[in-house]
Design a protein around this ligand. Structure first.
Ligand code: F6P
Length: 779
């Protein structure tokens, strides 16, 4: 899968064009020299003829020059008149005055004056070709001298040379026609040969290799490969590949049978089984690896996204294809012609295919409909959703682009497609409209509101129908599944089965199930080892003046759903209620700017900065801790890479997640995963403090982590008290709570999540009837 496709025989065409151009230039040059030579020869003939005439008339001209001008005519008579191509002759004195000329010369006399003057000045024979609007004239000037060699005058012979010009033009045209004819012939011959003997066999080979990966390819590679060594090597390669795959399958079954913890290898083994030889395709708006231009160079950036945190380790384990929007300004130049790039770049495990969308589409689809419409619609945070008809059109168009990109990459192969999130709600329906045989899952990473809240969406029916194109629809929580089924029940004509939690629509069934997403162990993410981590933490403490203080941490995209303002207010209240904590506890908020083209998000950054400043001002001024470098809140607005986030999580004694509404919130789980077993009271083996998690009851994670201190972020008093409890909790309780949470996260990690989703998807009742899917493509 994810092959780089070129239009039919494009390389052969390019080769044909190159050869045709070269032969056109070569033939053109040959013709040019030939025609030019003929022209020069014609001119030489004309000059010789004029010389002959001049010489023949010289004795008589000498006599005429000895006479007065008035008597010259008596000597020359009509002998200077021309006929046919000879226009005529003329006789000049050394001073350039014309004393006799034929009738035909009058018309050209003015235009040949220059040539005559040059011939007289040089006292030597001189020929010239004069062109003007009436045609082309050949001029020969022959000086006449006396016995002592003194100049007496000059004979000028004029010929009409238009026929030479005509011959030249005809010659050039003939040359051009021949060159084009030969170029066309060369084009067809070379393109045909290159396609037949090189490109087509290589295309067949590539296709054969692709099929080999899917396991349904004939034993032998295609015949007629341009290099026989290539054919031999291909046969060996195929044999080793088959042997490796069958060994891998045996090992996979062995691993799945043995009841081990869920690891990358176990997921890989499980996926091989669940996918039954089909490829896995993930499709999402956000890409896992983005290239941004910094100082004129493309730099790799890992976007701050729960979706990416969750899905990247899965694809690293299973391999396959991830189709996502190429949003980085250096994305195009780092991908190949079809937008594909192997990732992770330093250790390629799967293919990322970047989808290009226009700025208008991005504005309407991503910023508009997805994030000003669906996002506030699904998050109950009292933010008014905005729906615009134009945004909806772009949403449909962009969804179709993603669906097309998937279909294009899959070709005619079977595949299992995992569509991600609210930005791509129509993609399942669009995929099924074209390929009802595909197995399609959709995972919704954000909450699903109750039916009453959802019904304000003007495009509710289309959205629901698009989603129901999936065979399996996953949410984080059972409550979201309940809300979804209730919504479908009220808004779409479909048969609901509340016992099996499924929807039957247009002859197809869509299962609806909760799959609480989780995280990957930090140890697999290339974070610093204990010794290096200690120095990294020391450096961060020093950089941000955190030395000597107990640290609390929050890590979020800057989004109004995350309850960051509520968190700051709770911290303010904490220091008001418990002034003894001033100068002792400090809170670090890592905030990644997000969706900043939406005014609400842009303003939020400023509002939060002002709020943090106001709180800091209040306490640093009055708390008596001025001078120690202490302040209540460090608001670090930036994109923070994984290793830095890890160091802050490790350093923090308290982590606060205060979402006003959140599908899951992986930061809560990341914090727990970062905290290892304590070796002595209150301190981990690597020198980091043990930690306490303060967690909003409105984040999905609260269901999986009940040992956290659960708070209502809207209740500032309760929230501040919980932070205080976290700071003052005794070591035993801290360890007990954290151990329970950690064991649960270790057991229900991201690999288990993916394995559950894939096996449920593989087991869905699968009716591949053409034409039964919902088609939004024409919207
Ligand atoms: O978790 C919800 C979500 O929308 C994910 O789809 C995404 O990973 C994350 O928020 C970040 O949002 P965005 O992709 O708009 O930066």
């Amino acid at each position: 899968m994810a092959t780089t496709r070129h239009p039919f025989s494009s390389r052969s065409l390019r080769f044909g064009v190159l050869i045709a151009t070269l032969s056109c230039i070569a033939t053109g040059l040959v013709f040019w020299f030939q025609v030019n030579g003929e022209h020069r020869q014609g001119l030489d003939d004309l000059t010789r003829r004029a010389q002959l005439l001049g010489h023949r008339i010289t004795p008589m001209a000498r006599m005429a020059l000895d006479r007065d001008d008035s008597r010259v005519a008596e000597v020359v008579g009509d002998r200077f008149d021309g006929h046919s191509r000879l226009l005529g002759m003329a006789l000049y004195r050394p001073d350039g005055s014309r004393i006799a000329s034929g009738q035909g010369v009058f018309e050209f006399a003015g235009s040949v004056e220059d040539s005559v003057r040059q011939g007289l000045a040089a006292k030597a024979e001189f020929s010239d070709l004069r062109r003007d609007a009436t045609g082309s004239t050949h001029v020969l000037v022959q000086p006449i001298t006396d016995e002592k060699g003194d100049l007496k005058g000059a004979i000028v012979v004029l010929h009409d040379a238009l026929y030479l010009e005509d011959r030249l033009t005809r010659g050039i045209l003939r040359g051009m026609l021949w060159s084009l004819g030969i170029a066309a012939a060369m084009f067809f011959i070379t393109t045909g040969l290159a396609w037949t003997f090189f490109e087509r066999p290589l295309h067949l080979l590539a296709e054969w290799m692709r099929r080999l990966r899917f396991g349904n390819t004939p034993e032998l590679p295609p015949r007629g490969l341009p290099v026989s060594k290539l054919a031999d090597e291909t046969v060996h390669l195929a044999a080793s590949f088959r042997a490796a795959r069958s060994k891998e399958r045996d090992e996979a079954q062995e691993i799945v049978r043995s009841d081990k913890a869920w690891t990358r290898d176990r997921l890989r083994a499980h996926a091989i089984d669940a996918l039954g030889g089909q490829s896995l395709v993930v499709v999402s708006n956000r890409e896992p690896y983005m290239h941004q231009m910094r100082d004129g160079k493309p730099v790799l950036v890992r976007p701050a996204s729960g979706l990416v945190t969750g899905l990247d380790p899965v694809l690293r384990a299973t391999g396959g294809l991830w189709v996502a929007h190429g949003a980085g300004d250096a994305d195009r130049q780092t991908a190949d012609a079809s937008g594909c790039i192997p990732v992770p770049p330093e250790d390629a495990r799967y293919t990322l295919k970047r989808v290009w969308i226009t700025k208008e589409e991005e504005q309407g689809y991503y910023y508009g409909f997805s994030n000003e419409g669906l996002w506030p619609l699904c998050h109950l945070t009292h933010e008014r959703p905005t729906f615009r008809a134009g945004d909806w059109e772009q949403y449909v168009r962009a969804n179709q682009r993603f669906a097309n990109a998937v279909l294009e990459e899959i070709g005619s192969e079977k595949a299992v497609v995992m569509v991600q999130d609210y930005q791509l709600a129509l993609v399942p329906g669009m995929l099924k409209a074209k390929r009802p045989d595909l197995r399609v899952g959709l995972f919704w990473h954000i909450p699903w509101p109750n039916a009453e809240a959802f019904r304000i969406c003007p495009y509710r029916v289309e959205l629901l129908q698009g989603m129901l194109g999936a065979d399996l629809l996953g949410f984080h929580l059972q409550q979201h599944c309940n809300n979804f089924l209730d919504t479908v029940d009220r808004m779409v004509e479909a048969k609901l089965d509340w016992d099996r939690f499924s929807v039957e629509i247009k002859g197809r069934r869509c299962l609806v199930r909760p799959f609480p997403i989780s995280v990957q162990p930090w140890s697999e993410r290339g974070v610093a080892a204990p010794a290096a981590l200690e120095s990294q933490m020391a450096l961060l403490r020093q950089q941000h003046q955190l030395d000597g203080f107990m640290v609390g941490v929050g890590v979020d995209r800057i989004d109004y759903t995350k309850g960051i303002a509520e968190r700051f207010r709770a911290i303010e209240r904490l220091f008001e209620k418990y002034p003894e904590l001033q100068g002792k506890f400090t809170f670090v908020q890592l905030g990644a700017p997000s969706r900043v083209h939406i005014p609400r998000y842009r303003d939020l950054v400023t509002d939060l900065e002002q709020l943090a400043d106001a709180i800091n001002w209040k306490f640093v001024d009055t708390g008596g801790a001025a001078g120690s470098g202490w302040k209540p809140i460090h608001f670090l607005v930036d994109h923070h890479e994984g290793p830095a986030v890890y160091a802050f999580l490790k350093m923090a004694s308290v982590c606060i997640v205060s979402s006003l509404h959140d599908g899951m919130n992986l930061v809560a789980k990341e914090y727990v995963a970062a905290k290892a077993e304590g070796s002595n009271e209150g301190v981990e083996a690597d020198g980091a403090p043990e930690g306490v998690l303060v967690l909003s009851e409105f984040a999905g994670a609260a269901r999986d982590l009940p040992e956290a201190l659960i708070i209502n972020p809207y209740d500032t008093e309760e929230f501040a008290a919980a932070i205080h409890q976290a700071i003052t909790m005794d070591a035993k309780e801290r360890r007990q709570r954290m151990t329970r949470m950690r064991l649960r996260i270790e057991e229900f990690n991201i690999y288990r999540w993916a394995a559950d989703f894939l096996s449920t998807l593989a087991q869905t009742e699968h009716k591949a009837q053409p034409g039964t899917a919902v088609d939004n493509s024409g919207l």
